[in-house]
Design a protein around this ligand. Structure first.
Ligand SMILES: [Fe+2]
Length: 380
């Protein structure tokens, strides 16, 4: 357990000890717990078509669970009991720029691992039941209190019950059992049982992570190959000399398939290009800038910063410094490496470092494009 501000924790040491390995409790991690949403505002999101929301109710008499997927009707809330339910709103970071402030605490994990912020409002005894997720998550206590029980990573073998699409663990042995107060935080690695129950009304924030799976990698390759027909090969059976009346499935087909996969996997630039673009997309893939900067407004002493909510990563690609933002690539001359790194880490950057002058003669066109696309904010 850690006690004290998240900002003061040695992140490298923490990552080495806990990340993906073991759950961890942070007492008093936030001096000012996140508080950008009231229960009423949260309920308002559940009425919207484009917002992913779930209402999870446990019957207080029978203990049976039910799940309702949004959008919900306003009248649904007045018919709910006073306890035993929770409302979950997914990807609040896509809808509420105020939530981006929270991401600043988690910059020690690259943006391409971040999935979304989920917010949950729970009434007394409300929760989603005992379960384990596939992904890492930080659970932050906002207003109110919740009792959390967390098992060891991998303690998920005692069986699950699937109810209404929710997978509940039948049993696990808690190694953390805590009543979280506002500003406390839990880290839960993948495949780790956890169970939160609200004590009175409470709001919790979940900063969730994502990864990439083999099938997603193969989909990216499929899409790419479909765009470039000349890269596609047909199986050919020049080896055929004898008749095959029995319809035997010949080994050469498998050898051909193996060779195709080897050829694709021996192109690291292709894989880097596909995955880095994909993993620079926000979860919903439709980032909308709220504040487009006009390049004409930049002055020689201006400072710029990447918009807080955008997905980003950078890599060296084709001898250029490539900044990927929301699925788009912006290629910079290698002399801007250190400056692009600052920009990619959401730090304020003086435009002088990009050779800005009012005539824009030496200003990199990649940066002009970034500004024009609304991915950059002027902060001075
Ligand atoms: Fe969970």
């Amino acid at each position: 357990m850690f006690n004290g501000s998240l900002k003061d924790i040695n992140k490298s040491q923490w990552l080495e000890e806990y990340w993906q390995k073991a759950p961890c409790l942070f007492k008093n991690a936030f001096d000012d717990p996140p508080d950008f949403l009231s229960p009423d505002e949260l309920a308002g999101f559940a009425l919207q078509d484009e917002v992913e929301s779930r209402l999870i109710i446990q019957n207080s008499q029978t203990s049976q669970w039910t799940i309702e997927h949004g959008p919900l009707e306003q009248s649904r809330f007045s018919s709910l009991t006073e306890s035993h339910w929770t409302l979950l709103i997914q990807s609040i970071d896509s809808w509420l720029p105020e939530s981006h402030e929270l991401l600043n605490y988690f910059r020690f994990i690259p943006r391409w691992r971040f999935d979304d912020i989920m917010v949950s409002f729970a009434t007394d005894l409300g929760g989603v039941g005992p379960h384990a997720d596939n992904y890492d998550v930080f659970l932050i206590q906002g207003i109110g209190e919740r009792r959390w029980r967390v098992g060891a990573k991998g303690d998920t073998s005692k069986g699950t019950t699937v109810i209404d699409g929710m997978s509940h663990l039948q049993d696990f042995t808690p190694i953390i059992d805590v009543v979280m107060q506002p500003g406390d935080m839990l880290y839960i690695p993948p495949d780790t049982p956890h169970w939160g129950i609200s004590k009175g009304e409470s709001i919790g924030y979940s900063v969730g992570y994502r990864s990439i799976q083999t099938h997603q990698l193969l989909s990216l390759l499929t899409e790419k190959l479909a765009e470039t027909p000349h890269h596609q090969q047909f199986f050919a059976d020049l080896y055929r000399k004898k008749e095959n009346k029995s319809n035997f499935f010949e080994d050469q087909l498998v050898q051909w398939a193996q060779q195709q996969l080897i050829d694709l996997s021996s192109q690291p630039e292709l894989l880097a290009d596909l995955m880095s673009k994909q993993l620079s997309l926000s979860k919903l893939g439709e980032y909308q800038s709220t504040n487009i900067t006009d390049i004409q407004q930049l002055k020689e002493d201006s400072q710029i910063q990447l918009q807080q909510g955008v997905g980003v990563n950078w890599l060296i690609f084709d001898q250029k410094v490539r900044l990927n933002v929301e699925g788009e690539s912006f290629d910079f001359d290698p002399k801007y490496l250190e400056t692009v790194k600052l920009l990619a880490s959401f730090s304020p950057v003086s435009v002088k470092l990009f050779n800005f002058s009012p005539d824009l003669i030496d200003f990199p066109s990649a940066l002009t494009n970034l500004v024009n696309r609304g991915y950059v904010n002027t902060i001075k």
